[in-house]
Design a protein around this ligand. Structure first.
Ligand code: GLU
Length: 281
């Protein structure tokens, strides 16, 4: 029996213009698919309405086309997928692994400042669990008063249900999942009805991605995604987290590096071929 063809994706967030590092990531993903006769998909991760703009999404698509990338089918916009995110949150609620968190940033900061050795994870100090132990009555009372709340994953409870998990990175091999390093992550924000972790996991399954390619800055996030896949009984892809491009002083490229945006490089007269060379592709 022949192996199923690979499907990869590039999934930028339209909160700014694409830079050279994104070009590398997109080309890496396209090549991983095409080398094996597979499919390469584009997903616009525009759930964060406080930061994303439709104009950036249009510009991204135009820049990627200019670069010569071709993806299969129409791009998927996360903003069209809210119903699925809500359904997944309902399933997780039924599993009893979510709890409402009414804390403000200031509450969390104050609690962390008071504790002598606040545990840290890849994104900074872990949520100290203030709302995890609230009684049902207290939760209802706060809801009734209209106190805004996020939904957090009770990671301890979720891991007890899922049991030990592993995942496979094509660069690093088999990895034991350690979602607890992030603590109780937010799966639905107060202002946005989902989170990066939930949306990316559901969409990779929805688009039938078999190989998730992305920068190594998101390596640790995969621990959480693997746990969500287990809880929601989603298929498990492989991953390939690639190294990140850096600027001349060794800092990784970010949207703040305006001079290395594809837009600017195009305006400066660079050709797609030169850009591919600059990205090392
Ligand atoms: N949208 C994310 C970003 O632009 C990438 C998500 C992913 O590849 O998993 O950083």
């Amino acid at each position: 029996m022949s192996a199923a063809p690979v499907t990869t994706r590039f999934a930028p967030s339209p909160s700014g213009h694409l830079h050279l590092g994104h070009a590398f990531s997109a080309l890496f993903s396209e090549r991983a698919a095409r080398q094996q006769g597979g499919a390469f998909l584009l997903r616009i991760e525009d759930i964060d309405t406080t930061r994303c703009r439709p104009k950036f999404a249009q510009d991204m698509i135009e820049d990627l086309e200019w670069l010569g990338l071709t993806w299969d089918g129409a791009p998927l916009y996360q903003s069209s997928r809210n119903r699925d995110y809500a359904q997944a949150l309902e399933r997780l609620t039924d599993l009893n692994v979510l709890y409402p968190c009414f804390c403000t940033r200031a509450d969390i900061k104050a609690e962390i400042a008071e504790s002598a050795a606040a545990p840290h994870g890849p994104d900074g100090p872990l949520y100290p669990g203030l709302c995890r132990g609230l009684s049902d009555n207290e939760r209802e009372a706060r809801r009734a008063r209209g106190v805004p709340h996020a939904l957090r994953l009770d990671v301890g409870r979720a891991m007890a249900i899922a049991g030990p998990l592993k995942w496979f990175d094509q660069g690093k091999g088999e990895i034991v999942a350690q979602p607890e390093i992030f603590g109780d992550v937010v799966l639905a924000r107060k202002d946005i009805a989902t989170s990066y972790h939930l949306a990316v996991t559901l969409d990779d399954a929805f688009q039938q991605i078999t190989l998730v390619t992305r920068g190594e800055d998101l390596f640790a996030a995969t621990h959480v995604h693997r746990l969500l896949q287990a809880l929601l009984e989603l298929p498990v892809p492989q991953w390939h987290h690639h190294a990140l491009l850096e600027d001349d002083s060794g800092r990784r490229l970010a949207k703040r590096h305006a001079a290395l945006s594809l837009r600017q490089l195009r305006t400066d007269g660079k050709s797609p071929e030169e850009l591919r060379r600059m990205a090392g592709c």
